[in-house]
Design a protein around this ligand. Structure first.
Ligand SMILES: Cc1cc2nc3c(=O)[nH]c(=O)nc-3n(C[C@H](O)[C@H](O)[C@H](O)COP(=O)(O)O)c2cc1C
Length: 365
């Protein structure tokens, strides 16, 4: 029987109800112009018994909203709409961070507002295709490379979005440095061919993330800034590279010096990605002294073992939380879990979103 998983946890200045984190999951239920909707408040409130919810990826700026129906957090209307979500979660005793996800080159202009464009560190298109609501699958577009000045403006966009997130009632932000989005497009030497101070060496490729972390921390407090990373990740055409261990050890050291509240590691081997070697996880654990969140393919037993061993401070669960609003209750009682329906992961509307049954509903059928 799990001991630690269900016990209260401390994260910076927050006390969490338990050690269970809801992993960030894009669900595409915002409006076409990226405004959060009422069903999003219902969805997150249904899942508020976890210790911490990390929201789906949220666009920090118009250029960062490259997917269909993902929410943003740069306009007053978006901030207002998010207040419904954060209020609903807090009313149930939950805590929620906003994941700031700039899609960079993994987006399509069909989803962007009028003056927005697809940008990236370098003008290199990702291999593969992207889904669009109007035209179905289309090749990833070739992004425009940011100038050095524009890189600095984009850093400021993340900082402004962090301020907006706090204004909207979020307990903090997670900088999405994983899964091939803009921050990882800077980190990876394959997608970053820049010759200014944001490209080339490990220090330079990490600078974009580290400057965002530092500046966001100054703006909202470092106890409200976490970072998600995916060493050895291959999602969105990130290619393996020789310096990966050195890169992530350096980043972990620097994030430790800066003092962000948590580091959240992605392991998508349960989804077909390469296994993240223990050596790099241990090197990161060694370098970074704050709260470490591990995620990817966990069940209650593995989670408890990772917490007991001291490797992880918190464990994030993704797909099980899509299908089980009362996930914590089900784990506690050993009840069977509902299985997620993949066909409704990204579709609009309530189906497969807010209509998964909870235990009482199953019992009364
Ligand atoms: C539908 C779906 C959407 C996702 N969207 C995001 C996202 O917006 N940001 C992110 O960092 N990870 C995203 N992920 C990855 C999850 O956060 C998590 O790492 C992954 O599901 C593995 O955990 P699990 O095995 O517990 O599901 C997504 C996963 C799924 C299934």
């Amino acid at each position: 029987m799990a001991q630690k998983l269900f016990a209260e946890a401390i994260l910076g200045k927050l006390t969490l109800q338990n050690h269970i984190v809801m992993a960030p999951m894009t669900r595409n239920r915002a409006t076409a112009d990226h405004i959060p909707t009422d069903i999003m408040a219902t969805y997150y409130a249904q899942r508020a018994s976890v210790g911490l919810i990390i929201s789906e990826g949220v666009g920090p700026s118009p250029n960062g909203e490259g997917y269909a129906r993902i929410p943003g957090i740069h306009s007053a209307a978006q901030v207002e709409a998010w207040k419904n979500v954060t209020d609903a979660v807090h009313a149930k005793g939950g805590k929620i961070f906003a994941q700031l996800m700039h899609t960079g080159r993994i987006g399509h202009s069909l989803h962007l507002g009028e003056n927005a464009e697809i940008i990236a560190p370098s003008a290199l298109a990702a291999a593969g295709e992207i889904y669009t609501d109007t035209d179905g699958m289309l090749p990833h577009p070739t992004p425009r490379a940011l100038t050095t000045e524009e890189v600095k403006q984009t850093i400021q966009e993340f900082v402004n979005a962090s301020v907006n997130a706090v204004e909207a009632g979020f307990d903090g932000v997670e900088l999405h440095g994983a899964n091939g989005y803009l921050i990882e497009q800077f980190i990876s030497p394959d997608s970053n061919h820049r010759t200014d101070e944001y490209g080339g060496t490990i220090e330079n490729r990490s600078r974009f993330l580290l400057e965002i972390a530092e500046e966001a921390g100054k703006a909202i407090g470092l106890h409200k800034v976490g970072v998600r990373l995916s060493p050895y990740g291959v999602f969105n055409d990130i290619k393996p590279y020789a310096e990966v261990d050195e890169t992530y050890t350096y980043i972990a050291q620097k994030l430790n010096e800066i003092g962000v509240v948590y580091l959240h590691l992605v392991d998508h081997s349960s989804m077909g990605a390469p296994i993240v070697p223990d050596a790099i996880v241990n090197a990161i654990r060694e370098a970074y002294k704050g709260s470490l969140i591990l995620s990817g393919g966990y069940d209650a037993e593995r989670a408890e073992a990772a917490l007991q061993s001291g490797l992880a401070n918190l464990i994030a669960f993704g797909r099980p939380l899509i299908a089980n609003p009362d996930f914590v209750e089900r784990l506690k009682t050993g009840a069977e879990l509902n299985q997620p329906d993949f066909s409704t992961f990204y579709s609009p509307g309530e189906k497969g979103y807010t209509d998964y049954p909870v235990l009482e509903a199953v019992a009364s059928k």
